[in-house]
Ligand binder design. Structure first.
Ligand code: IMP
Ligand code: MG
Length: 184
């Protein structure tokens, strides 16, 4: 049981346990597999936050697919977005005519995804959808919605399962609420 595992001392409480994450990712995989039956989507992960979620998600998808990654920076060291998105590593694949599924760890202000969606649209894919593990709708400033979302969380800063604070905590196998004293 998760309760028997040691929770990191900087974490206040669990937002999603390992078991809950497994169930959520399995459901997303089933939905995507059904919707893309007979197609060969290209999953584009937004690094670094997506790396654990995407690894589990593609294994939960029962369809032929390929993967690519972009590296963007939007946050720096803090917990609030600057709104400026910088591309550090561009697409490797040509996405023209492809069914693209952008994979994000968390949809917060929406600045990153609205920028990336427009950026990819210009490259004429057949379709673009967004899958995000976490959604923080209260914080949205850009007009963007996820096509698939694992679950919705309130306005709080969370870490683990790929998500970081100042590059730490990505390796936690669960998602936890970071204690406010860690970042304030
Ligand atoms: P947005 O552009 O504001 O939607 O920010 C999206 C990015 O901010 C995500 O890909 C995360 O890297 C980061 N982010 C937003 N909220 C959190 C959080 O609660 N924990 C960790 N990273 C977060
Ligand atoms: Mg990040």
């Amino acid at each position: 049981m998760q309760e028997d595992m040691d929770m990191h001392p900087d974490v206040e409480r669990y937002i999603a346990t390992e078991d809950e994450l497994k169930g959520i990712v399995a459901r997303l995989g089933r939905q995507i597999s059904a919707d893309y039956k007979g197609k060969k989507p290209l999953f584009v992960g937004v690094l670094r936050g997506c790396f654990i979620f995407m690894a589990d998600l593609v294994r939960a998808c029962d369809i032929d697919c390929t993967v690519d990654f972009m590296v963007v920076s939007s946050y720096g060291q803090g917990t609030t977005s600057t709104g400026a998105v910088k591309i550090i590593k561009d697409l490797t694949e040509n996405i023209e005519g492809r069914d693209v599924i952008i994979v994000e760890d968390i949809l917060d202000s929406g600045n990153t995804l609205s920028y990336l969606k427009n950026y990819m649209m210009a490259r004429k894919p057949a379709s673009i959808r967004i899958v995000t593990l976490l959604d923080k709708p209260e914080r949205r400033v850009a007009p963007i919605k996820a096509d698939y979302a694992g679950f919705t969380i309130p306005d709080a800063f969370v870490v683990g399962y790929g998500l970081d604070y100042s590059e730490k905590y990505r390796n936690l196998p669960y998602i936890g609420l970071l204690k406010p004293e860690i970042y304030s």
